[in-house]
Design a protein around this ligand. Structure first.
Ligand SMILES: Nc1ncnc2c1ncn2[C@@H]1O[C@H](COP(=O)(O)OP(=O)(O)OP(=O)(O)O)[C@@H](O)[C@H]1O
Ligand SMILES: C[C@@](O)(CCOP(=O)(O)O)CC(=O)O
Length: 203
């Protein structure tokens, strides 16, 4: 498969309702959509799951109850696919990426990180979004056994050296302050030489 070589890959993880989408949207707004794309590993998963089960793909992409209703089954369905091919959703997620900065907004498993590190060893940085239980509850989260204590939510709780840990409990000023280093790196990298950005992905 041929894709366009990124200059920086920011791999985000975080608990449900920590604000991964909110924070990554903010970063993309700051960098611009020509420089930075948001790639969701769950995008191709939800698309395929919706097709196979006759569901509404756009509802599965949203932050509402519809997605939560199907979450446990989607997790199991996705895990069966990943068992056969751990890079399956990673490859699908990046297939149309053309920008120099990629944000992976929803890494969940060590196998996701390993795939990106193996394919793009020079370019990956890991970012964790954190919010308190209280904040997450206010955002509509409720603890669900079998989901919040399973690999899909806990797979990256240990064993990852994060380059940035972003606390997303406060207002946008607090958030912007924490994003300064990350945005500076993204601007520096995307200002670098943009030639020779074609690469072949094997795994
Ligand atoms: N800093 C913030 N200020 C205001 N609202 C926020 C902030 N962060 C997140 N939210 C809101 O909280 C809700 C959950 O955030 P978001 O969807 O980004 O979380 P997530 O980690 O991507 O969740 P999920 O696990 O469902 O994918 C959304 O309605 C979002 O707009
Ligand atoms: C099924 C799954 O992709 C749902 C992700 O939904 P979201 O990123 O929380 O919107 C989680 C998983 O991959 O285990």
């Amino acid at each position: 498969m041929s894709t366009t070589n990124p200059l920086l890959i920011l791999i985000f993880s975080g608990k449900r309702k920590s604000g991964k989408d909110y924070v990554t949207d903010l970063i993309q707004k700051r960098l611009g959509a020509e420089v930075c794309c948001i790639l969701r590993l769950s995008g191709p998963l939800k698309e395929q799951y919706a097709k196979e089960h006759g569901l509404d793909y756009s509802e599965l992409l949203g932050a509402g109850k519809y997605k939560e209703h199907y979450r446990a089954d989607m997790i199991q369905w996705g895990e069966r696919k990943r068992e056969q091919d751990p890079g399956f959703f990673c490859r699908l997620a990046i297939r149309e990426a053309r920008q120099p900065v990629w944000i992976i907004s929803d890494a969940r498993r060590m196998s996701d990180l390993q795939w990106f590190w193996r394919e793009f060893p020079q370019h990956c940085r890991c970012v964790r979004v954190e919010a308190s239980v209280r904040t997450r509850l206010q955002r509509g989260w409720t603890f669900t056994p079998g989901i919040d204590d399973a690999e899909s939510e806990c797979g990256l709780d240990q064993g990852v050296q994060f380059d940035w840990i972003i606390n997303n409990d406060g207002d946008d000023n607090v958030l912007n302050e924490q994003l300064r280093g990350l945005l500076a790196l993204a601007k520096e990298k995307s200002g670098d030489n943009m030639d020779q950005r074609t690469v072949t992905v094997n795994g």
